[in-house]
Design a protein around this ligand. Structure first.
Ligand SMILES: *Cc1c(COP(=O)(O)O)cnc(C)c1O
Length: 454
C-alpha cells in the first residue's frame, strides 16, 4: 500500500473522508488479490494522471478543427495525437477516439451502416458473443433483427453455420469478436463470407486489442471494414473505446469514415470525455513501446501455462487450451451449474473471476457450468509462467473442494436455499481460508504499482 498512498487520493483524503476510505478499501482489495477477470487490467500512473487531469473540465462537441465551443486548441491537439497513434498502431486510415465505452462504440457502427430493422449476424451471447452483437435484451436486437451464430461442441466458431446463416438472412452487418472465446478469431474466413453476401464486417476486438498491437494475435485490419475496441482491457488504458475504419472499409464505402464520425457525434453522443481522450493517448503511447510487445506475448504465455497447470490437475478447459489471454474452465465433470459455487468460493479466497457458460452448457445462463478467467491484470503485476503453477494450483484446490461438496438442486424452488446454505458454510471452509492466506502472501511479492512508470 505504501507507494500507492503517496500518489492516490491525497486531496480526496483531505476533503472527503468518506469517499477516501472507500477508495482505500478498493486499493487494498486489488493489492491483496489476484484479478483474473479477463476484461480487467491495471493501468499505469501516467494513465491515471491523464484521466485525473484538467481536461475533465472541458466541453468540446465536434471534432478537431470543427468544435462548437471555444478554447479547444489543446483538446484538438490531444485528440489528434490519440488518433494518429491509433492509426499507426492498428495500421488503419481512420480512427475515432470519442466513444464513451465499448457498447456505445458498437452502437455507432449500427447507426452508421444499418437502418432500423436491418438484419445483423453476430455470435450468440451464451456462446461467447457480446450483448451488442444482436442479443435479445439489447438495443441491437430491439432496433435490428439479430441472428446468432454458434460455436461447435469443440468450442471453435462454426464457420459453416456462419456462412449458411449469412446466405439465408443476408445481413447488413456481421460481427466477429467475443467476450468469451479462447481461440484465434477467424477474421479471414468471416471476411470472405461478408464479401460473398455484401455485408459489412465489423471486428470487435475489445478483449484482444492489446494482443493485436503486440503481435500476439492476428490483426483484423486487412479483413474487416470496421474495427471497434475498448481501451481498458488488454490495451491497458482508461475506460473508453475507439472505432477504426480500415482501407478495405473505405474501398467498400468511401463515406464510411464520415458516417462513423457522424454516428458518434452528433448521432449518439454530446461532448467527448477529453480527460479520457488524453488518457487513451497516453495508453497508446505506452503501447508503442517495445515493452508492450513483450507484455502482450507474456499475457498469452501465462494463459497457456495456466491452462496447462489446470489440466495437469485434472481440470478441464474448453478446447483444451488457449490462443489468447483467456481460459474457460469446463466444470461439467463435477455436474451442471457449478460455476456459481466456484466464483463465490474463489472470491472469498481473493481470486476474482466470473461464472460463464461453456459450449453446449447443460446448466443455464444464470447458473452456467463454467468459469472464465484471464491473465492481463496479473501479467501487468509481473507474474510469469512459473507463477502460473501457484495460481493454477490455488484455483484447482478450491474447484475440487466446492464442486465435490456442493450441487445445484434440480428443483428450482430449492436453489435459493441451497445457495444460502453454501454461502454460510463456505465462509468457514478450511481449504478456502488456506488458499486465501497463501494468495495474500503471494501478492505481497507483486505490488500493483512498481512495475510501471512510477
Ligand atoms: C467489453 C466488450 C464490449 C463492451 O464494452 P463496455 O465498455 O463494457 O461497454 C463490447 N464488445 C466486446 C466483445 C467486449 O468484450
Amino acid at each position: 500500500m505504501s507507494n500507492l498512498k503517496t500518489f492516490f487520493g491525497e486531496s480526496v483524503k483531505n476533503t472527503d473522508h468518506e469517499v477516501y476510505s472507500i477508495i482505500k478499501k478498493e486499493m487494498k482489495r486489488m493489492e491483496e488479490g489476484l484479478e483474473m477477470i479477463p476484461s480487467e487490467n491495471v493501468v499505469s500512473f501516467a494513465v491515471i494522471n491523464a484521466l485525473g487531469s484538467v481536461f475533465t473540465n472541458k466541453y468540446s462537441e465536434g471534432y478537431a478543427g470543427k468544435r462548437y465551443y471555444g478554447g479547444n486548441e489543446h483538446v484538438d491537439e490531444v485528440e489528434r495525437l490519440a488518433i494518429e497513434r491509433a492509426k499507426k498502431l492498428f495500421g488503419v486510415p481512420h480512427a475515432n477516439v470519442q466513444p464513451y465505452s465499448g457498447s456505445p462504440a458498437n452502437m455507432a457502427v449500427y447507426f452508421a451502416v444499418c437502418k432500423p430493422g436491418d438484419t445483423v449476424l453476430g455470435m450468440n451471447l451464451p456462446d461467447g458473443g457480446h450483448l451488442t452483437h444482436g442479443w435479445k435484451v439489447n438495443f441491437s436486437a430491439t432496433f435490428y433483427k439479430g441472428v446468432g451464430y454458434h460455436v461447435k461442441p469443440d468450442g471453435y466458431i462454426d464457420i459453416e453455420e456462419v456462412r449458411k446463416l449469412a446466405l439465408e438472412h443476408k445481413p447488413k452487418l456481421i460481427w466477429v469478436g467475443a467476450t468469451a472465446y479462447v481461440r484465434e478469431f477467424p477474421f479471414e474466413e468471416l471476411s470472405k463470407i461478408a464479401d460473398e453476401v455484401g455485408a459489412y464486417l465489423a471486428a470487435d476486438i475489445a478483449h484482444i486489442s492489446g494482443l493485436v498491437i503486440g503481435g500476439a494475435h492476428k490483426s483484423p485490419a486487412p479483413f474487416a471494414h470496421v474495427i471497434t475496441t475498448t481501451t481498458h482491457k488488454t490495451l491497458r488504458g482508461p475506460r473508453g473505446a475507439m472505432i477504426m475504419v480500415t482501407k478495405k472499409g473505405l474501398e467498400k464505402d468511401p463515406e464510411l469514415a464520415d458516417k462513423i464520425d457522424k454516428a458518434v457525434f452528433p448521432g449518439l453522443q454530446g461532448g467527448p470525455h477529453d480527460h479520457q481522450t488524453a488518457a487513451i493517448a497516453v495508453a497508446l503511447g505506452e503501447a508503442m513501446k517495445p515493452e508492450f510487445t513483450d507484455y502482450a506475448h507474456q499475457i498469452v504465455k501465462n494463459s497457456r501455462a495456466l491452462g496447462k497447470a489446470l489440466m495437469d490437475r485434472e481440470i478441464k478447459i474448453v478446447t483444451n487450451g488457449t490462443d489468447n489471454h483467456m481460459i474457460l474452465i469446463d466444470l461439467t465433470a463435477f455436474g451442471k451449474g457449478k460455476g456459481v459455487f466456484v466464483q463465490e468460493a474463489l472470491d472469498l479466497a481473493n481470486i476474482t473471476l466470473n461464472k460463464n457458460t461453456i459450449p453446449a452448457d447443460p446448466g443455464s445462463a444464470f447458473y452456467p457450468s463454467g468459469v472464465r478467467l484471464g491473465t492481463p491484470a496479473i501479467t501487468t503485476r509481473g507474474l510469469k509462467e512459473k507463477e502460473m503453477e501457484f495460481v493454477g494450483d490455488a484455483i484447482a484446490r478450491v474447484i475440487k473442494e466446492v464442486c465435490t461438496k456442493y450441487s445445484l438442486p434440480d428443483d428450482k424452488a430449492q436453489i435459493k436455499e441451497t445457495l444460502a446454505k453454501f454461502r454460510e458454510e463456505i465462509k468457514h471452509n478450511a481449504v478456502v481460508h488456506q488458499v486465501k492466506k497463501e494468495v495474500m502472501e503471494f501478492c505481497e511479492g507483486f505490488p500493483l504499482y512498481t512495475k510501471l512508470d512510477y
